[in-house]
Design a protein around this ligand. Structure first.
Ligand SMILES: Cc1cc2nc3c(=O)[nH]c(=O)nc-3n(C[C@H](O)[C@H](O)[C@H](O)COP(=O)(O)OP(=O)(O)OC[C@H]3O[C@@H](n4cnc5c(N)ncnc54)[C@H](O)[C@@H]3O)c2cc1C
Length: 470
């Protein structure tokens, strides 16, 4: 590995930034550079930024943006580093890493949490659950609050409390020109609209403010695993059950392979299986009652759905998605889950190239669907299901097979698709225009023109400003 700083930067120039920030600056000549460069998705490791700035606070973010602009460096912004498309790293540019800014403060009386721009969901759940409160967060606790919320935020409580972006009530944002502004319903409301689904296009969020709700500490949640040949019956039941389910439950069907967990009989490990994963947050025995039909659809291989602390369900799947795997996701919003699509999904499942090539069918609706289309930048509200072909693998030689498999899965679903997609579930860049739909995209472009007309923040599902040379 060579140890050069990008040619545009001399050590004296970097020294100016070292003196201007409280946080740490890591360049290729510093120990720890390789670790500072690492992102969650190993498929995007190997990029060589000129420097990584680990920000200690908003002032460091302002200094880093100014430094990048002054030196003509591309900017990659990193929250939790989970971008599947690899947006939080770059070559010869600056990574503005907010991970040291992960503090969470809860105001139990106001039911509000202020959350640092580099926090992950484990940080939020830990602090909020101490008060019996919570808000919609990711299915994996190491996912960053920032990228997740700014893209929308699908989670176990979304049908009851809304998406993460629906619970975002305020944000401190460093703009492309270095100004720090606040966005809320009463201040820069247009910016808040864009932060609720429009990704990192408009600035760097240094602090989020979320509304909280009474939640847990115990919910009724977890997976039931079935043999793969039950996948069709499971999906048909799921389709018919989902529209009548109350907001208190959110479920996913996952066509996958059995992970090597002690709760699953060993002879099933690595074999193709179908799973229902559900979380019910309502009172008493409601959860058990709601999932009763799924206990009759086929003989389960393992049934781990039951009372469980909310913080446990929030971390239950973490070991299956560790930092350092190669990953690729491709997704589409579904207007229907008809028999034809179900058959196709079953076929694609059986053709999966590895044990972690998974088809996730998310149940949408509830509070997500009651927010008016266009009220936030989140692409679409009315779809009953979201399909995500999520693949992870260890061997770099398996990359093409997994990517092609995920693309085929989504291509095969095109007749049932609304034509739009959730941007956070897309492993390819340049997908914004088609994902948001024409009306929302046009509004996002106007906002981009206002807040970032020269496209300083372009490493994201990019909303290109009207001046296309920008
Ligand atoms: C294992 C795994 C599980 C996932 N589970 C879910 C899930 O349950 N539900 C769901 O909806 N999504 C899920 N996702 C997708 C996830 O929402 C996106 O990958 C999201 O972008 C991750 O956010 P991050 O902050 O960790 O990512 P990063 O890679 O740090 O950033 C992602 C994007 O956000 C921008 N960004 C980051 N921080 C900031 C900031 N402070 N201000 C402005 N822009 C910023 C970055 O520039 C980049 O464009 C999952 C992804 C993975 C890899």
């Amino acid at each position: 590995m060579s140890h050069t700083i990008a040619p545009v930067l001399g050590e004296a120039t970097v020294q100016e930034l070292r003196e201007a920030v409280r946080g740490e600056i890591v360049t290729p000549s510093d120990d720890g550079y390789a670790e500072a460069c690492r992102v969650w998705n190993a498929a995007h490791d190997g990029h060589r930024p000129a420097l990584v700035v680990r920000c200690g606070g908003a002032a460091d973010v302002i200094a880093a943006v100014g430094f990048a602009r002054g030196n003509g460096l591309p900017i990659a912004v990193r929250g939790g580093g989970h971008s599947v498309a690899g947006f939080s790293t770059c070559d010869d540019g600056i990574v503005i890493d907010l991970s040291p800014m992960h503090s969470v403060r809860v105001d139990p009386g106001a039911r509000r949490a202020t959350v640092g721009g580099g926090a992950v969901w484990a940080d939020v759940d830990h602090e909020t659950q101490a008060h019996g409160l919570g808000t919609t967060g990711g299915l994996i606790s190491t996912t960053g609050v920032a990228g997740y919320t700014l893209g929308g935020g699908i989670g176990w409580t979304m049908r009851r409390f809304g998406l993460a972006c629906d619970n975002l009530v305020g944000a401190d944002v460093v703009l492309a020109d270095g100004r720090l502004v606040h966005a809320s319903e009463t201040e820069n409301a247009d910016l808040l609209w864009g932060l609720r689904g429009g990704g990192g296009n408009f600035g760097i969020v240094t602090q989020f403010e979320f509304s909280l709700h009474p939640l847990g500490p115990v919910v009724y949640g977890g997976p039931i695993f079935y043999p793969a040949d039950a996948a069709g019956d499971l999906l048909r039941l799921f389709r018919d059950w989902a529209p009548h389910a109350p907001d208190e439950i959110t479920a996913v069907v996952n066509l996958t392979s059995a992970p090597p967990l002690p709760v699953i009989p060993e002879q099933w490990h690595g074999k193709k299986v179908a799973a229902l994963v559900a979380v019910a947050t309502g009172p008493g025995d409601e959860g058990e009652e709601l999932v009763r039909p799924f206990r009759r659809v086929a003989e389960p291989i393992a049934d781990v759905l039951g009372p469980m602390p909310y913080q446990v369900i929030q971390t239950l799947l973490d070991p299956l998605w560790p930092k350092g795997v190669h990953a690729y996701f491709k997704a589409t919003n579904l207007r229907t889950l008809d028999d034809e699509l179900i058959e196709r999904l079953c076929r694609v499942h059986l053709a999966a190239p590895g044990p972690q090539a998974e088809l996730h069918v998310h149940q949408m609706g509830g509070a997500v669907g009651r927010v008016a289309e266009g009220a936030t930048a989140f692409a679409e509200r009315s779809m009953p299901f979201v399909l995500n072909a999520a693949a992870a693998w260890q061997d770099p030689d398996a990359t093409t097979a997994h990517r092609e498999w995920a693309r085929t899965a989504i291509e095969d679903a095109r007749d049932a698709s609304t034509g739009r997609a959730y941007v956070n579930y897309l492993g390819d860049a340049d997908a914004a225009r088609s994902s948001y739909g024409a009306e929302t995209y046009a509004r996002l472009v106007s906002l981009k023109d206002e807040y970032d007309p020269t496209n300083v923040f372009r490493l994201n599902q990019n909303i290109a400003p009207s001046d296309t040379d920008a």
